[in-house]
Design a protein around this ligand. Structure first.
Ligand SMILES: Cc1ncc(COP(=O)(O)O)c(C=O)c1O
Length: 449
């Protein structure tokens, strides 16, 4: 197996850093100016994580491509970390939201689109009832609150994960001890008070955690996607579901990223049977929107507890949630963009990405692997795919990741800044994927030389 020489990695990275700076004078200029009015020169703290001395400033995006302010074109495999899994600004969406913008954006009243979206999500995921939010974070937060309310239990549990800025989930497990996740900014309480944490794919740990019967809900992605892709073992979810039932704990399937598995996410593909399904980000092609669905039983139990007089101050809400524009964007996205037909081209493209990268890994004898989940694929710096969060985190290599991302960016391909994920949208082409494969091949060969 090839060992990456750190000195060589450092030198190659310095070379790529210089190229990045000289290729992007306009982004450099805007970044300097941004430092005067934006904290650290970025609109969001995580934009610091892009490789290179400063973030690229985007000018426009369409389909699977975008152009930066220096006039360079890129294949976008990050797709707004799934927010643009629909491709950027699909024509049908542009037309529908332009119409809705002219006809009223937010009213506090339902529009007919909400019914269409509710009915479509019911067809996709199978859970009969839903409510809306503006972000997947909020949808998770609201589902957790409802689970706590109806079970009367204070604790929740989830696996080493990311579910947005939900306080209870910004937590980690270090040598068996639960505490705030590294980088957690100002946690309101020590999350050990609110959350149990177990490793993915570990049924014994899950049972240990549930058997005291004080856990309201398990919040989980059906396959983990935020520490690389981690697939569940065969039969894991069936057994985990039995355990949650046995101990009276509810289950939230957060399909925000795993919607890449198909039009009904992993819930439909793998016949999961959760109590809640959460779906945000691409549901409105990037127009803020999210939905959380629930079973008949959950709906009945929560409805019984809602008093009309207090239903606006219960901690589940948001003035703009379920607004007319958000629902119009969701409807057109579900009806015309994220269709079953679209997945028939997106999934084979992810397979093509996977196979291309796997061949280069083999050719260069690198101790890496690549995993596909529907329209998403991701390479890891370990010989075997990780089975849980701790394993995956142990193999993370920030320097190597940044080098490969910068190498790709300098040659016209954008990967997500958080790990090595590539996502396909309906407008992605085989040529887009092959461009990445060629660049990956060149980068891997330089590293292995
Ligand atoms: C699985 C999952 N759920 C929820 C969220 C939160 O989404 P948002 O930041 O749009 O609220 C994320 C964000 O990355 C996510 O990966």
């Amino acid at each position: 197996m090839t060992t990456i020489a750190r000195k060589r990695l450092y030198e190659l990275r310095q070379r790529e850093e210089r190229r990045f700076v000289s290729d992007h004078p306009r982004s450099a200029e805007l970044y300097e100016r941004a430092k005067n009015s934006l904290v650290d020169g970025v609109p969001m703290n995580w934009m610091k994580k892009w490789p290179g001395a400063f973030p690229l400033f985007a000018a426009r995006a369409k389909g699977a491509h975008f152009t930066d302010v220096d006039g360079r074109d890129y294949v976008d495999l990050s797709l707004g970390d799934t927010g643009a899994m629909t491709g950027h600004s699909p024509e049908a969406v542009v037309a529908a939201i332009a119409k809705r913008v002219r006809e009223g954006i937010t009213l506090m009243l339902p529009t007919e689109d909400s019914l269409w979206v509710g009915e479509d999500l019911k067809r996709r995921f199978g859970l009969p009832y839903r409510q809306f939010a503006l972000t997947a974070t909020d949808a998770n937060r609201f589902a957790i609150r409802i689970a706590r309310e109806i079970t009367g239990r204070p604790k929740m549990v989830y696996h080493y994960c990311y579910h947005g800025t939900v306080d209870e989930s910004l937590v980690s497990l270090q040598h068996g001890v639960v505490g705030p996740r590294r980088g957690n900014i100002g946690p309101p309480v020590n999350p050990a008070e609110t959350t149990r944490v177990v490793e993915f794919n570990d049924l014994n740990a899950l049972e240990d955690s549930l058997e005291r019967q004080d856990v309201a809900v398990v919040l989980a992605e059906p396959a983990m996607t935020n520490v690389g892709i981690i697939l569940p073992d065969q039969g894991y979810w069936q057994a985990a579901r039995e355990l949650t039932r046995k101990y009276g704990t509810l289950l939230i399937a957060d399909e925000t990223h795993t919607i890449c598995a198909g039009p009904g996410g992993c819930t439909k593909e793998w016949m999961l049977d959760p109590d809640f399904v959460v779906f945000g980000k691409p549901i409105g092609s990037g127009i803020p929107g999210a939905a959380y669905g629930c079973t008949e039983e959950v709906a009945r139990r929560i409805s019984k507890r809602l008093a009309v007089e207090d239903c606006d101050v219960g901690g589940v809400g948001g003035t703009l949630a379920g607004n007319a524009l958000s629902l119009a964007a969701m409807r057109v996205t579900l009806e015309h963009v994220l269709t079953a037909e679209a997945f028939k081209t997106m999934i084979p493209l992810a397979r093509r990405f996977n196979d291309g990268v796997a061949a280069e890994i083999r050719k260069n004898a690198l101790p890496w692997n690549v995993v596909q989940l529907g329209a998403r694929a991701e390479y890891h710096f370990s010989e075997r795919p990780p089975r849980n969060g701790a394993e995956s985190a142990a193999f993370a290599d920030f320097e190597l990741e940044r080098f490969l991302h910068l190498y790709a960016l300098n040659r016209g391909v954008l990967l997500t800044p958080f790990h090595n994920m590539a996502l396909m949208c309906p407008a992605t082409t085989a040529a887009d994927v092959d461009l990445h494969t060629q660049i990956f091949a060149a980068g891997a060969a330089e590293l292995a030389a």
